[in-house]
Each structure stands twice: as structure tokens, then as C-alpha cells.
Design a protein around this ligand. Structure first.
Ligand code: OAD
Length: 240
């Protein structure tokens, strides 16, 4: 069957999708992210107040992500399988800054909150893949003389990436699926309402009801690594 006859699907993922790969979610520890207040490590103000702490925090997260035991789980793999079945009708929007979707085989992925394995030039805004640690003295690879680089992460108060493309995809979506996100951070928390306004069928897959739970047509409660592969198998059988 030609792709155009398949439903247009937009999937939004959050930290819950990577939890079973050993990466902690943001709000599971009294509001602390790996023992830090989000205000200290995920805001421009926190970066201005204590850049060394912020560089170190993301250096630690970058190293953790590349540890041998951190690998994609069944949820990441199921989404790669759904992409293979739907082709261009599929778009994955992730709030996650890890690369586990890509490692599972996903290609049609937009990282709206940036990427851990990337550094951003403070002068030009250009990004470069960066696997090692960096700090305030590290120079970018795009300017001469080199300028300062910062983590390529969208902090609170900054504008998320790829919003034009995401809004267009939501407006055309037949199905919107949110997986492993608490629905507390905007604009992602608003995507279910936007998709529903466009007539999409909306489905939430999460360990517990999210803050946007009442807006979804269907709710599946469980661990993404277990319930998402089952959902994808049925979806492909019925629609692809
Ligand atoms: P949260 O930590 O707020 O929410 C994670 C959600 O995943 C919770 O609702 C959990 O119940 C659920 N969850 C946990 N384990 C799960 C599992 N195995 N299967 C399914 N669900 C599970 O994370 P996000 O919603 O992703 O922003 O947070 C959004 C943004 O806030 C993040 O991108 C980050 C953060 O501050 C930035 O870093 C810019």
C-alpha cells in the first residue's frame, strides 16, 4: 500500500521512554533532576550564576548516556518499527536530549529540547556533535578565534526547537500519541489539545495519568517498554 493511504502519526516522547534504559526522569525525585534543582541546571539564569556547575552537570549526563549499559529499550525499538511501517506519514517529536531513539533506528526525529551529544557556539548558534566534556574555556569549531560553547539544550525560558515543523505536523495528524511525559512542560503539554483541535485521535501511554490525561481519547497505563510494543504491533496490523 502507498504511504499516503496510511494514517499520519505524530508521537511525542518524554523522559519515561528512556527510564527503562537507566536514565532518570526529571520529576521522580522530589522535583530534583539527578540531585539538582531544575532552576540551577536548566535555566539561562542558573548558567549565568554558576557556569561551572552547569557544564559539569551536562558533562556528567553526556558521560552517563555513553556508558555501555545505557542502550535503547523495547519502547525505543517499537517506535523505530512504527516509523519503518509508516514512512513519511510518521514524525517523532522528543523532549528527550538523549540519542536513544536514533540508536534504536529512528530517523524522523525532532529534538525539541536539544541534544546532549552536541555543543552550541555562543557566537553563531551553530551546533557540532560533541561526545566529550567541555567547559567555559572550550572553543567552538566554527569561529576564528574560537568562541565559547554551551550545552545544546533548550533551557526553561528559551524557545524550543523545530516548532514550525511540529505545529504543521500536528495540524495534519490523524493520530497523536504521547508516551512517557508528565505533561507539565509547555509547549509540549499543549500538543494533545492542538492535535485534537485538528481532529486527530489522541492516545496517552504513561506509567501514571499525566496532567493532560483528561484530554486524551484513549489512555494506556503501564511501562512504555511493555505496553508500547504491544500497541505498535496492533497498530501496524490494523492500519499499515
Ligand atoms: P517528567 O520526568 O516530567 O515525566 C516523566 C513521565 O514518565 C512521568 O509521567 C512518569 O510517570 C512517566 N514514566 C516513568 N517511567 C515510565 C515508564 N517506564 N514508562 C512510561 N512512562 C513512564 O519528564 P518529561 O515530561 O519528559 O526539559 O519532562 C519534560 C521536560 O521537562 C524535559 O524535556 C526537560 C524537563 O525539565 C528540559 O530539559 C528542557
Amino acid at each position: 500500500m502507498h504511504d499516503v493511504y496510511k494514517p499520519r502519526v505524530v508521537v511525542l516522547t518524554g523522559a519515561g521512554v528512556s527510564a527503562e534504559s537507566g536514565i532518570k526522569t526529571f520529576r521522580d525525585n522530589n522535583g530534583l533532576w539527578e540531585n539538582h534543582r531544575i532552576e540551577d541546571v536548566a535555566t539561562p539564569e542558573g548558567f549565568a550564576a554558576n557556569p561551572d556547575l552547569v557544564y559539569q552537570f551536562y558533562n556528567d549526563r553526556r558521560a552517563q548516556l555513553q556508558a555501555p549499559d545505557v542502550t535503547p529499550n523495547q519502547a525505543h525499538k517499537a517506535l523505530a518499527e512504527l516509523e519503518s511501517a509508516l514512512g513519511e506519514q510518521f514524525l517523532l517529536v522528543t523532549q528527550n536530549v538523549d540519542d536513544l531513539h536514533e540508536r534504536a533506528g529512528s530517523e524522523r526525529v525532532l529534538h525539541m529540547h536539544g541534544k546532549l551529544l552536541s555543543a552550541r557556539c555562543c557566537n553563531t548558534g551553530k551546533t557540532t556533535q560533541w561526545l566529550d566534556s567541555f567547559d567555559a574555556h572550550t572553543e567552538c569549531r566554527c569561529c576564528f578565534p574560537g568562541a565559547q560553547v554551551r550545552p545544546d539544550i533548550v533551557w526553561f525560558g528559551e524557545v524550543p526547537m523545530h516548532m514550525d515543523e511540529i505545529i504543521l505536523a500536528l495540524a495534519k495528524a490523524d493520530v497523536f500519541i504521547a508516551v512517557g511525559t508528565s505533561g507539565q512542560v509547555y509547549p509540549a503539554a499543549n500538543f494533545v489539545a492542538m492535535a485534537a483541535d485538528s481532529g486527530a485521535r489522541t492516545i496517552e501511554i504513561n506509567l501514571e495519568p499525566s496532567q493532560q490525561n483528561s484530554l486524551f481519547d484513549e489512555k494506556i497505563v503501564g511501562k512504555a517498554g511493555k505496553v508500547l510494543p504491544e500497541f505498535v504491533t496492533h497498530f501496524i496490523r490494523d492500519y499499515c
